[in-house]
Design a protein around this ligand. Structure first.
Ligand code: ARG
Length: 457
């Protein structure tokens, strides 16, 4: 049962303590809490609000708590939250002097700080993972410039592309995640500490000292806003959700590609999971779970939004319920993105089969129509003529790449040998030279873009 005054006094019913406690979750914020307390303590001592020898004694205890946590010997008292548990521990050793630490501070600004420190740390971690993922995609793209495979719209074969282009397409999504996390960092970078419970403090503190010690570029503007603000948490949850939606969509591609119906990739034994009954199975569980786990991020963002919606200005205890989803976000993101990086390194493309899919179909039809259009024929006319040619080929069971000049001219006399050359899938890919296309020059630029985002992350 909690002993400290802030926990509700000696009268608090044990079930109420259990119901209101967040210790089980927010003990994960112990390091952030200690770091914040040490900075606050230093500020109190520098501004002479508390005697330096008391500050030193308290600091020693805060460090001892951290060491105990590292060594696994720390036992936190059964308090309402990690903040009270730390205070209880210092009080156990130092007695009344421990109470100096909470001068000009509320748990409302304290928890806002802990959460911001946590998000800052996690964003840095995730950026590291994204950098590796982007580097991996760029390197693989460099190795797969010559590999061709179909692209899809409506999950129907669309146009031939290089595998490098597909990988750059994945990378493009993750470059936006780097940008989104940059925004999160920018949002989280205001120091909340010093606004107290809501209205500030009459004690002559110096928020600038704490700001510099904790390396925040600016202070939050208004205490009322600060203690009730979880926008930074939602920004992180949103960036995380978006990144995981990207991971999920990549996973679905490989989930499909690994099925014999596509037959484009073989999963390395290291990532293929078996069945407890069917001996022949090599299942893409890794990709399924990347997709499945990503769904949690959608729920997490929703949880935060619903939590904040309808709260009045200032702090409400509801906000404590941000803990579970926020603390899950960083590890979820890191584990899924790292696994995607690992798994992508362990898929083997069946290049022949990919090329056969490209060659045996009609995906170069647009290129043939465009070649006709280049001769001055209106595109819509060229489109119709090529459509008729495709149907003529289909009736004869002939892939577009194998069409004869004779057949083409019987469909429309404007087809010539030069136009038919564009039915060659390699040429179809090579000729897409514009920015953003699958042509080699464009893909080189895209690879460079992935690398520069990786370096920036
Ligand atoms: N455990 C609380 C939370 O996480 C700390 C803040 C409590 N503030 C209060 N006024 N009871 O939100």
């Amino acid at each position: 049962i909690a002993k400290t005054a802030a926990s509700g006094g000696p009268g608090l019913h044990p079930e109420v303590l259990a119901f209101t406690s967040s210790l089980a979750l927010d003990k994960a914020l112990l390091t952030e809490d200690l770091v914040g307390s040490i900075a606050h303590l230093t500020m109190l001592s520098r501004t002479r609000l508390i005697p330096s020898e008391d500050a030193r004694a308290i600091r020693e205890q805060l460090v001892a708590i951290w060491k105990g946590a590292q060594a696994g010997t720390l036992v936190l008292a059964d308090e309402e939250d990690v903040h009270m548990a730390v205070e209880a521990e210092i009080t156990r050793v130092l007695g009344e002097r421990a109470g100096l630490l909470h001068t000009a501070r509320s748990r409302n600004d304290q928890v806002a700080l802990d959460l911001r420190l946590h998000v800052r740390e996690k964003v840095a971690e995730v950026l590291g993972v994204l950098a590796k993922l982007l580097e991996g995609l760029a390197a693989r793209a460099e190795a797969e410039r010559e590999t061709l495979l179909p692209s899809y719209t409506h999950r129907q074969r669309a146009q031939p592309i290089s595998l490098a282009y597909l990988l750059c397409g994945y990378g493009a999504m993750f470059t936006r995640d780097v940008d989104a996390l940059g925004f999160v960092l920018e949002q989280v970078s205001a120091l909340p500490l010093g606004v107290g419970a809501i209205g500030g403090t009459s004690l002559p503190i110096d928020r600038e000292v704490t700001r510099e010690l904790l390396r925040f570029p600016r202070l939050t503007m208004n205490g009322l806003d600060t203690v009730g603000d979880r926008d930074f948490a939602m920004d992180f949850a949103y960036a995380a959700m978006r990144s995981l939606l990207h991971a999920s969509r990549v996973a679905t591609d490989f989930y499909d590609f690994a099925s014999p119906e596509f037959g484009f990739v073989k999963l390395d034994g290291e990532i293929a999971c078996g069945s407890s009954m069917m001996p022949q199975k090599r299942n893409p569980d890794v990709f399924e779970l990347i997709r499945g786990k990503s769904g949690r991020a959608v729920g997490n963002l929703n949880t935060l939004a619903v939590l904040v919606k309808g709260l009045p200005g200032g702090y409400s205890r509801d906000l404590q319920e941000d803990r579970q989803v926020l603390l899950e976000t960083g590890p979820l993101l890191t584990s899924v993105l790292s696994m995607l990086h690992l798994a992508l390194g362990k898929v083997h493309f069946d290049k022949e089969r990919c090329f056969a899919a490209v060659e045996s179909d009609y995906m170069q039809a647009t290129d043939v129509a465009e070649a006709l259009a280049m001769k001055g024929i209106p595109f819509r006319t060229a489109y119709k003529a090529t459509g008729a040619l495709v149907r003529a080929c289909q009736e004869r069971g002939l892939p577009l790449a194998k069409v004869t000049l004779e057949l083409a001219q019987s469909v429309d006399p404007r087809f010539d040998a030069e136009v038919l050359k564009s039915a060659d899938p390699r040429r179809a890919v090579e000729r897409k030279a514009n920015a953003g296309g699958t042509g080699p020059a464009s893909v080189e630029k895209q690879i460079a873009e992935l690398k520069s985002h990786a370096a920036r992350a």
